[in-house]
Design a protein around this ligand. Structure first.
Ligand code: C5P
Length: 230
């Protein structure tokens, strides 16, 4: 498929992808079914348009796209540290930075991770959880304080009409755009090669896209980012 020529200067993308794992003990964890496909496609699309790309990936079994610098992480806290370090590196340069958060980050983690495997009999039926950092929100707040704001793009995977929720998220997390999708729709959501999404901008404009491959949606997202940065 032909991609329209890029009319903007090259950008630097930091993309998160995949799930995170939050360990209970060395052999048990909390996670979710994210495969990382959407984020890897965004990274691939950005690199193929000549942008610099750092991909921070949770545990997934996907090949690194050509031209992409990949960092593998496990937990939400690892992911946050890797993202902040990449943003710090790229933020020093003259190039505009775009942060695209596609990762399905676990919102909670066990309050404690046992050093050794818990015996079945020693496990309690109630697991105490604590909140994980919200990576996107942390980046938004830090950057606002430092004045060097990257363009922020989030994802909203909802069950039900996701547009209202996306708009709320855009404003709450100070995002330029949210890619919203209903994960219960056929062909959309975790593990599928396709997605049906709406692009929701902070100004309230909504573009509902038809069902398309995640690769095509990724190209579309990258072009929207170019447009928002121009
Ligand atoms: O609030 P919610 O989890 O639905 O927001 C989804 C967006 O926030 C996604 O872009 C996701 O990658 C990001 N997120 C994050 N850190 C979290 C939770 C969500 O970066 N702990």
């Amino acid at each position: 498929m032909r991609t329209p020529r890029r009319s903007t200067a090259p950008l630097a993308f930091v993309v998160t992808a995949g799930p995170t794992r939050e360990f209970i003990d060395p052999v048990r964890f909390l996670s979710n079914p994210s495969t990382g496909r959407m984020g890897f496609e965004v990274a691939r699309a950005a690199a193929s348009r000549g942008h610099r790309v750092a991909l921070v990936a949770g545990p997934v079994s996907l090949k690194t796209p050509k031209g992409v610098a990949r960092v593998d992480v496990v937990s939400a806290r690892d992911m946050l540290a890797a993202v902040l370090s990449r943003l710090d590196d790229l933020g020093r340069g003259p190039v505009r930075v775009v942060f695209v958060a596609t990762a399905a980050v676990a919102d909670w983690r066990p309050a404690e991770c046992a050093a050794v495997k818990l015996k079945k009999g020693a496990m309690r039926p109630v697991l105490k959880l604590v909140r994980n950092p919200d990576i996107l929100k942390t980046v938004a707040e830090r950057r606002a304080a430092e004045g060097a704001a990257p363009l922020l793009v989030g994802f909203a995977a909802e069950t039900g009409d996701p547009v209202a929720e996306a708009l709320r998220k855009c404003r709450e997390k100070n995002l330029a755009m949210v890619v919203a999708n209903d994960v219960t729709e056929p062909g959309a959501g975790f593990g599928t090669p396709t997605n049906r999404a709406a692009l929701v901008r902070r100004d309230g404009s909504v573009r509902r896209l038809p069902l398309m491959s995640k690769a095509a949606l990724a190209r579309r997202i990258v072009r929207e980012c170019e447009d928002l940065c121009s």
